[in-house]
Every structure is written in C-alpha cells, then in structure tokens.
Design a binder for this molecule. Sequence first.
Ligand code: HEM
Length: 250
Amino acid sequence: METENKTQAAMAMEMPDGDLSEQIKLVSKDSHVRAENTELMMSYQRGDVTLEQYKLLLCSLHHIYEALEEELERNSSHVGVAPIYFPLELARRELVEADLEHFYGPYWREKMVVPKATERYSHRLRQIGRDNPELLLAHAYTRYLGDLSGGQILGRITQKSLGLKNGEGTAFFTFPAVSSPNLFKQLYRSRMNSVELTEKQRMCMLEEAVRAFELNIQVFDELQDMVYRTQRLINTLQIPGALITTTTPL
Ligand code: HEM
C-alpha cells in the first residue's frame, strides 16, 4: 500500500501541469473510488442509509472536525494554512453539533460513540497541526471539497432516506455562506495552488492526501462494523430464551 501510494505521488509529481490541486486529485483518485465503495457509502448510494448509520457518522464527523478546525484555527496565520483558511464559509463543527443535539438531545456529548479509527484520525490531525501544519491542507481538501461535492448528494439522500423534513438534523451538509459550491471549489483550488512548497513538502502533501482518504475509509469501515455488531446483538436478544440480557440502551 505504502509503495503503491508513493508511486502515485511520484507520478503526480511528474505531471506537466504541476498545480497542487491537479496533482492531489490525481493522486487520490483510486482512494476516492475505494471510499465510494465502502459499505457505508454504498448504503448511501443505494438510498437506504439508516438512522443508526447516520447518527454514528455524525459522532465521528464531530470528532474529526473538532480536531481539524481547532488545528486550522491555531495555525491560521501559518504560510501554508492562511490561504486555505475559510472558517466562515467552511466550518462544520457547529453545524454537526446542531444535528447531534437534534438526534441525541441536550446531553449529546455524553452519548457520543466513535470507533478507534476516528480516534486515530483525530490523533493524526493533532500531530500534524503540531509538527507539520502545512499538511493540514491535505486534510482540509479531502473533507471540505468532498463535502462540497459528493457530500451535497449525500445530504439529499439522508433527508429522503430518513424522511427528515425542513433540513432537520442535516445542517452538516449545508454551506449557508457558499452561494455556488462550484465557484467556491475553484477559488479553493486556486488558493491551494498559491501555496509555495518545496519538492519534499509537495511529495509529503500528496502522501498525506492519500492518508486522509485512507483514514476516512477506516472510519467508515469501523462504523459499519459497529452497526453490524448492534444488529447482531438485537437479533440475539429477540431469540426466545437468549442468554444475553442487558439494561443498557442500544
Ligand atoms: C469530488 C462523489 C465520497 C472526497 C467528488 C465529485 C463527485 C463525488 C461527483 C466531483 C468530481 C469532480 O468535480 O470532478 C462522491 C460520492 C461519494 C463520495 C457519490 C460517496 C457516495 C467521498 C468521500 C470523500 C470524498 C468519502 C473523502 C472523505 C472528495 C473530494 C473531491 C470529491 C476531495 C474533490 C475532488 C477535486 O475536485 O479535486 N466526489 N464522493 N468523496 N470528493 Fe467525493
């Protein structure tokens, strides 16, 4: 995997058009396909996402954006972060919190459940925020441009699949301060391209983008495992004479 990613990064480095936005898109193309093909994203594409899947996804998104946005803010004047720092237009954290409150009530913080992969993702964000802030760009690109692209489709599917009216519980997918996602993505790409990087930093950036996708894939896979485990437990509890009993709400 490591070798494969390095080859992709090396290929991207040799592109005649050396724009970072083009290179990063090329280098993460296969990972994007793999992310789309995770069980969780396939549920979305089939239009049968469940409330349990969505609530668990929101918990993880909160964890991830809390780390990403705190690190972006702390490094907002860094030369590699300032050009792509758009808190007004892009910040997701408060919107996810509104959705969590909608589903879990005022004490949502105490009810959050995240898999280990989510912890690893936020740990990586904290680590680069501390040691290599310019690499935050790779993560901001992966999440925010994803939310402005396929994320818009996912928002509509969530509303339809779960029968949520008037945007209830789906604030996460909205960008009130972005009137045209496509124009904003163009602006974002031009800001990415304005960041000056040494060859080595650029190579690290491309590898970090692949890593960002990989971390997302692991989160989705582990979330889906949690869903399966809960379903199995429910099924076991429904069998007459089942040995397992619990008083913990599922
Ligand atoms: C772009 C669909 C999942 C990250 C896009 C685009 C579409 C799309 C249609 C626009 C492509 C273009 O303008 O050329 C989907 C669908 C998904 C999905 C249907 C799942 C069902 C994801 C995930 C991530 C992601 C899970 C990352 C965590 C991105 C990024 C871009 C993008 C970063 C911008 C690419 C660029 O213009 O450089 N996606 N996507 N997507 N997606 Fe996804």
